[in-house]
Write a protein of this length. Structure first.
Length: 283
């Protein structure tokens, strides 16, 4: 498939955000196809179109990569630096002080006690103030935490805990594996990192799965653990940051897809007042 203006346009638009939910990617592609009728190459399926872009990006050590939001199950895309092995190379527009604070935050989240993969908002705030720079006021630290959420590195849970957002899981994968080999967990089914999910309770198994992977598997192979093949229904518990999600939001969020046009279609700000109202969270 030829590389055309459509690919260039798509990439230019994607670069502005570096991170997009699948629905937004589909919309962007449709819009570009409509606006470039002069492009007489047939409109290829989206996957093929993105594959052509990835071949162009490969020599630059960049790649469009897809994952699923661990909480909502929504598919999301990010532009990933495939050789980037340090936070400083990936989050280039933060100052040195902010980068240090971000690294310490990631460390605190990855090594959280009980494997919760999260850090309370008060602890996060004082960590940023302490590590950021001597001049970082409480307000600036708070703003920086907001910036990390807006930039899709962190998610703030409704209970007031920061945890890693899908972009961080995708882009920092190599970094996290290198820095925290004893702390990371991979999903038994898809092999991606998992920081919130479900764990098989049998002590000789303890397989960990994303919620969406477990659901997909359970709908095919009823009631068995994909690793040990024993009964699953009452023999699994919540793992990682999943345990912090309020009960009333857990099931609804897994099947929920926010309509386009809402301010936060990828659910990265779980605690914003609008997304926690009954009307939107239970849709
Ligand atoms: Zn998985
Ligand atoms: Zn098992």
């Amino acid at each position: 498939m030829a590389y055309t203006d459509r690919h260039r346009l798509f990439l230019q638009n994607f670069l502005v955000q570096r991170y997009m939910p699948q629905v937004a990617v589909e919309q962007l592609y449709d819009t570009i196809v409509q606006r470039t009728p002069q492009d007489n190459s047939t409109s290829a399926p989206l996957e093929e179109f993105l594959y052509a872009i990835n071949r162009k990006l490969d020599p630059l050590s960049l790649e469009l990569r897809r994952t699923q939001h661990q909480l909502t199950g929504d598919k999301v895309w990010a532009l990933v630096n495939t050789r980037g092995d340090d936070i400083a190379q990936l989050a280039t527009h933060y100052s040195a002080g902010k980068l240090t604070a971000f690294k310490k935050l990631v460390e605190a989240i990855m090594t959280a006690k009980d494997g919760n993969y999260c850090l309370g908002s008060t602890a996060s705030l004082s960590l940023v103030q302490r590590e950021g720079s001597s001049s970082m006021s409480k307000q600036l630290a708070q703003e920086f935490l907001g910036e990390l959420v807006n930039d899709h590195w962190l998610v703030l849970s409704e209970g007031g805990h920061y945890t890693l957002a899908p972009r961080a899981i995708l882009e920092l994968q190599t970094y996290l594996k290198d820095e925290y080999p004893e702390w990371i967990q991979e999903c038994h089914l898809c092999k991606d990192l998992v920081t919130m999910g479900l764990r098989c309770d049998y002590p000789d198994c303890n397989a960990i799965l994303h919620v969406y992977c477990a659901q997909r598997y359970q709908s095919l192979q009823q009631n068995e653990c994909p690793a040990c093949r024993r009964e699953w229904a009452d023999r699994h518990t919540e793992f990682g940051a999943q345990a912090l999600i309020p009960q009333r939001l857990r099931q609804s969020r897994l099947h929920h897809h926010m309509p386009t046009g809402t301010p936060d279609p990828d659910g990265s700000r779980l605690s914003s007042p609008s997304s926690s109202s009954p009307a939107s969270s239970l849709r």
